[in-house]
Design a protein around this ligand. Structure first.
Ligand code: CTP
Length: 426
């Protein structure tokens, strides 16, 4: 079934909500209610500590279902509840997630109902951590979260603010609306990708802004957040692709399921891309690479003087153009074009000049488009296609999904033999 802009609708919405023991446990009630309002059936499980903050009865009354707190409790209607519970869920949401449960998930420890459910489930997982700032910033927690991200878990980062313990800093549970928004997006993403249709593709993506130093304290850069590239990475990984990102400076949350390499300057990004390109089947340049860099970086801080100051710049390497120029058989090369005037015309000119298979144009002047916002307005221009595909305002995740749909279509059209290689089971 499809909706008016061509995306498939969600058919199943069974959510398992895990509540762990933190002050924010009461906010899980709002998560439950909002998921229900969106049409999901939600079943709740709670850790023993969570039951000290809020009673299971609250969740039972609202969900209309038995709340599992212990696999072995005599009143539990199901003798192997963690298996039935985990396998009937389309999505597992854990809110709040304590440092303890994060550590257990990251290490495969299954010593209670929730942690056994996590291990026994193949559904996508979202966790919304909440804890004291020092615990959040502890290297052990940072390490465990890295591991969970690599395992494909989506993390809704906590907010900064005044904590229950009186300190100020990051650690407060994210807004329940944000958690629910991410949950619905993930359900939709998985509902529309049951085919693992990018399995076999190895996608290399550049993202974020590069930074070119002027002196030890100043640099040239831009406002790119990395959101669009990260959204493509996350969606591609969820659809079965092996994804590597070479990211410059970013402020967006790190995507789940992708390998992330860092670069600062255009030259470092170029070197990393050229190293990683071997074996790639798709290259997508979403990075806002600085077009120019200072000819000389001053070793000392440049002092202010009462006269005009001229900075001499030279062009940086064009990574996208170089990838296209040196491409190997079967590699699809996709670029982005952020424009403010004659958007399609400029984008088409880039497609020709850089010899791309497709270019994604975005009009920076359109409402809801551009840097550092969650939405985008894109037009997809494919080589050889006279009519560009202009899409309405949508979330960057949804736009990412549409771009990947176009890539699968391009693959079938440009390299039919490679398509059969990629889709042949190993
Ligand atoms: N790009 C790149 N390396 C550069 C500059 C751009 O890989 N040094 C890539 C971007 O990641 C994007 C595409 O090229 O996919 C378009 O970049 P853009 O800067 O908009 O195009 P330019 O060719 O620099 O043209 P102009 O700045 O004049 O619009």
């Amino acid at each position: 079934m499809t909706n008016e802009d061509g995306a498939r609708e969600i058919t199943t919405k069974q959510v398992a909500l895990g509540v762990t023991g933190g002050i924010a446990a009461y906010k899980a009630v709002e998560v439950l209610r909002e998921l229900q309002k969106a049409g999901c059936r939600v079943r709740v499980c709670m850790t023993a500590r969570a039951c000290e903050f809020i009673r299971p009865l609250t969740f039972r009354a609202i969900s209309g279902d038995h709340v599992v707190t212990d696999d072995y409790a005599p009143e539990n209607p199901d003798p192997i509840a963690h298996i039935t519970f985990s396998q009937s869920a389309d999505l597992l949401v854990v809110a709040p997630a304590t440092a303890n449960v994060i550590a257990k998930f990251a290490n495969g420890i299954a010593d209670d109902f929730l942690t056994s459910t996590y291990l026994a489930s193949t559904a996508p997982v979202i966790i919304a951590p909440a804890m004291n700032t020092t615990m959040w910033q502890h290297p052990a927690t940072v390490r465990n979260l890295e591991r969970l991200r690599a395992d494909g878990v989506r993390i809704i980062e906590p907010e900064a603010g005044i904590m229950a313990c009186g300190t100020t800093g990051p650690g407060r549970l994210a807004d329940p609306q944000l958690i629910v928004h991410a949950a619905l997006e993930l359900l939709e993403q998985h509902g529309s990708n049951p085919l693992n249709d990018l399995a076999g593709e190895r996608i290399l993506i550049t993202a974020g802004a590069t930074r070119e130093e002027i002196d030890p304290v100043r640099f040239l850069s831009n406002r790119s957040s990395g959101r669009m590239g990260f959204a493509i990475a996350e969606q591609a990984a969820a659809r079965g692709a092996e994804v590597t990102i070479v990211a410059g400076v970013t402020s967006a949350s790190i995507p789940a399921g992708a390998r992330l390499l860092r670069a600062t300057t255009a030259e470092e990004m170029r070197a990393s891309v050229m190293r990683e390109l071997r074996g790639a089947t798709v290259f997508i340049g979403t990075a806002a690479v600085a077009d120019y860099r200072p000819v000389n970086r001053a070793a000392e801080k440049i002092k202010k003087r009462d006269e005009q100051f001229t900075l001499t710049l030279e062009p940086t390497p064009d990574i996208l153009a170089e990838v296209a120029r040196t491409r190997h058989e079967g590699l699809l090369v996709i670029g982005f074009a952020a424009e403010t005037t004659d958007v399609v015309q400029h984008a088409r000119e880039k497609l020709e000049r850089k010899n791309l298979d497709a270019v994604i144009a975005n009009d920076l002047t359109a409402d809801g488009a551009g840097f550092d916002v969650e939405t985008n307005v894109i037009t997809i221009i494919r080589r050889g296609d006279a009519t560009p595909l202009a899409l309405p305002l949508m979330s960057k995740l949804k736009a990412a999904s549409r771009i990947l749909d176009e890539i699968t279509a391009l693959r079938a059209k440009r390299f039919p033999s490679v398509t059969s290689e990629i889709s042949r089971p190993a």
